[in-house]
Design a protein around this ligand. Structure first.
Ligand SMILES: [Zn+2]
Length: 277
């Protein structure tokens, strides 16, 4: 079984590999940990989808232990110790079996302790400075997404807490802010893949509301009378289309352009996909 030691202590694989180190570790305790589903993305390959041994000294909280392994607490929705659900303040004593589960909105885990205060019924996001294109795509899908290219970490955390928004980030460090409750570390670097990843991870397939929000400013789109747009539309658009929307935020006018069909096919694919593990 692979072994992962506390930060600052070299780790190695295989308990039999380094008996000398074990001999020096009389005060070191161990627990057996297993990560489930996408939480495996945070650890090296040899620790994925299997139990591994985590070594520690003292009596760390389970929150500190899982974050030391590399899993931000905001990614976790359920912790089981020897089959019983516990909260983040549980202190490890040694010899426990720990199971760590990510957010899973689709499963009923109401009889056990949910680690986050409550699931967010209305899914809203705040995206970090690296995720501008993801933010625009999410707005296209109808998700209320705050993004500015000058937000620093503390501002992102403050917006998340004040407006109950899920932090989307490429920087795991943000997710380790102690007061943060909802966040997701985006694995992919490619914007469209990032969208598919977020939809799958947070199980949002049924919550897509395409073309209801301005991709530029995040404002809501409302129907606007064609007559009010007289003189503002390209002649070909004015001749062929009758349905128009205007952003309540920036005033930008939207209509069903030639790219909409390909966007609709892409969105249909997003609705139909689910992570299986
Ligand atoms: Zn707008």
């Amino acid at each position: 079984m692979a072994t992962l030691a506390q930060p600052g202590v070299p780790w190695w694989t295989g308990l039999g590999d380094r008996p000398d180190r074990l001999n020096h570790s009389a005060l070191r305790r161990t627990v057996e940990i297993r990560l489930y589903a996408e939480l495996n993305d945070f650890v090296a390959r040899e620790f994925r989808k299997r139990s591994f041994v985590y070594q520690f000294t003292g009596q760390p909280s389970i929150k500190d232990a899982v974050e030391a392994i590399g899993v931000p607490h905001t990614e976790i929705d359920l912790l089981l110790v020897n089959g019983e659900s516990v909260n983040f303040s549980y202190l490890l004593r040694g010899r426990e079996r720990v199971a760590v589960y990510p957010v899973f909105e689709g499963l009923d885990i109401s009889p056990v302790i949910r680690l986050r205060p409550a699931p967010l019924r209305v899914t809203r996001f705040v995206a970090d400075v690296h995720l501008g294109r993801l933010a625009r795509h999410l707005r296209l899908l109808g998700f209320d997404t705050v993004y500015r290219n000058n937000l620093d970490d503390s501002e992102i955390v403050a917006i998340s807490l004040a407006e109950r928004r899920i932090v989307l980030t490429r920087d795991r460090g943000i997710l380790k802010h102690g007061c943060l409750t909802h966040g997701y570390w985006v694995r992919s670097c490619i914007p469209r893949e990032q969208v598919a990843e977020v939809i799958k991870a947070l199980q949002l397939e049924s919550k897509l509301r395409p073309f209801t929000r301005c991709s530029v400013c995040n404002g809501c789109l409302t129907s606007v009378d064609k007559a009010k747009l007289a003189g503002c539309l390209p002649p070909r658009v004015a001749q062929t289309l009758d349905t128009f929307f205007r952003c309540e935020g920036c005033g930008k006018v939207y209509w069903r352009g030639s790219h909409v069909d390909s966007l609709c096919r892409w969105m249909a694919g997003l609705r139909g996909s689910r992570r299986e593990d």
